[in-house]
Design a protein around this ligand. Structure first.
Ligand code: C5P
Length: 229
């Protein structure tokens, strides 16, 4: 077992992908499985943390019995849960893929097609709250880490990452390049870790479990330096 540098420290982790309802049977979603968030949750628990996982539609089979789970299927539900929990927690890990937009209204009944070949359907989408950015603003005591998965060439990815780190102001931002078969699923990956000024602190590469372990050590160290200085 790793050293218990998070003994008794309360941590919440958002993970999975949100579903934004269109009607009672349909939603807008994304391909996030939540696997990496679950891995980080386990690693933080190994260091003694009391972990709560805010699960956006993570498959039951991926959820360890040892971790407290709160179901937060949509962005608004996740936002509410984070705002309620944050005052009692010391660390927030924001690993969920949160939809940027949701349908402006949710139909009470199934949306029906009318049948014409030329028929089109227009959905109006409105902005979801930025959960991470709001939590950083409202809860300065919280040690926060955000994630950014960006596409493009390495130079573009680095510049999107810097911009996001500065805009969201999380203590740590873990940046990785995705697309063209990299970054998704059970493959080796690389993470650059930026601070809130956009500077690169370090980088990790390897399998997701290995990276989750290194990341957890860094989260613990960041928590320690934020609270004992
Ligand atoms: O803006 P983007 O989705 O790339 O930002 C990624 C980071 O912000 C992730 O840590 C994600 O969990 C968090 N986020 C959030 N609420 C949103 C959008 C993103 O907490 N509405």
């Amino acid at each position: 077992t790793p050293k218990q540098d998070l003994a008794g420290v309360k941590v919440f982790i958002t993970a999975g992908g949100t579903h934004e309802a269109i009607d009672p049977v349909r939603f807008i979603g994304n391909h996030s499985t939540g696997r990496f968030g679950v891995e980080i949750a386990k690693q933080l628990q190994e260091r003694g943390a009391k972990v709560t996982l805010l699960s956006a539609n993570i498959n039951e089979n991926l959820l360890p019995a040892s971790i407290e789970i709160i179901a937060t299927p949509s962005a608004n539900e996740m936002y509410q849960a984070v705002m309620e929990l944050a005052p009692q927690y010391q660390i927030g890990v924001f690993a969920a893929a949160v939809a940027d937009f949701r349908p402006e209204t949710q139909a009470e009944m199934k949306v029906k097609k009318t049948g014409g070949e030329e028929e089109t359907l227009t959905l109006k989408l409105v902005k979801n709250p930025d959960i991470l950015a709001s939590a950083v603003r409202r809860f300065p005591h919280l040690t926060t880490i955000g994630f950014a998965a960006e596409t493009g060439n390495p130079t573009q990815v680095a510049s999107y990452g810097r911009e996001k780190a500065i805009r969201k102001q999380a203590d740590l931002l873990a940046l990785n390049q995705v697309g063209q078969g990299i970054g998704f699923g059970n493959v080796d990956t690389m993470l650059s870790i930026l601070d809130k000024t956009g500077e690169t602190l370090t980088s990790f590469s390897g399998s997701k479990p290995v990276i989750a372990k290194e990341l957890s050590a860094l989260i613990a160290a960041t928590y320690q330096s934020k609270n004992h200085s």
